[in-house]
Design a protein around this ligand. Structure first.
Ligand code: ZN
Ligand code: ZN
Length: 226
């Protein structure tokens, strides 16, 4: 089976116990892209054209800002700002103002890094389905996971058809892993809340401190860190 993307990172991500192996894959992709936009992409005309047009979302702009290349980022933000100015005509009535607001709002969170990362993550999603169908040892490994964060569960659901004849087994396992993983976390969260009960005598037995952050990350993707 010829895959469209390297499978080693997938094996590695699934082997390590966690709440979402796909988040681990995303982190690798995102870090590579952040580095790219702080290094070689700065002076590369093709990249600059894309940055001018699409810019960066708030999340990635924040990460680029602390990424250690203020000059490189300033050059890219400068041309992006020029591009935004060019798209703000002086409008003269309420209707045109609303239209302009809609147009600008659409471009508010567009992002070259998200665009590229989404493309790679789609490839990962269908490769995982293909591996479930074609790699004899993968289903057993898959069945040991604690499911995925909700955004990545949704992504995997969209590409179930790539498991071909094994699609039914794959989607069943996918759903079971997801609900089992979420249930485990809900129980941990409940134990965590009991820590705050003043009548409780055994605080240590009542769940891990990270239950809340893990539950948030489970339903939203990796958005908070302890
Ligand atoms: Zn995830
Ligand atoms: Zn982004």
């Amino acid at each position: 089976m010829q895959y469209h993307i390297q499978t080693t990172p997938i094996w590695d991500a699934f082997k390590e116990p966690c709440d979402c192996p796909v988040c681990k894959l995303y982190e690798r992709v995102e870090n590579r892209l952040l580095k790219q936009y702080l290094e070689e992409a700065v002076m590369e005309p093709d990249y600059r054209v894309k940055v001018n047009k699409r810019g960066f979302c708030s999340n990635h702009l924040r990460k680029l800002y602390t990424g250690g290349n203020k000059l490189g980022l300033a050059l890219q933000v400068h041309t992006r700002t020029d591009n935004i100015i060019a798209h703000i005509p002086t409008v003269s009535n309420a209707r045109a103002a609303k239209r302009l607001a809609d147009k600008l709002e659409k471009g508010l969170e567009t992002c070259v890094i998200c665009d590229e990362a989404d493309e790679v993550m789609e490839r990962y999603a269908y490769t995982i389905a293909e591996m479930y169908a074609n790699e004899p040892e993968f289903p057993a490994l898959f069945d040991k996971t604690n499911g995925f964060c909700l955004p990545h569960f949704i992504l995997l659901l969209r590409y179930v058809s790539h498991a071909g004849k094994k699609a039914e087994a794959y989607v069943k396992s996918l759903c079971r892993r997801q609900t089992d993983g979420m249930r485990k976390l809900t129980n941990e969260l409940e134990r965590f809340t009991r820590r705050f009960d003043y009548r409780s005598t055994d605080k240590v037995a009542h769940g891990n401190n990270d239950a809340l952050s893990r539950a948030i990350n489970k339903i939203k993707g990796n958005i908070v860190k302890d």
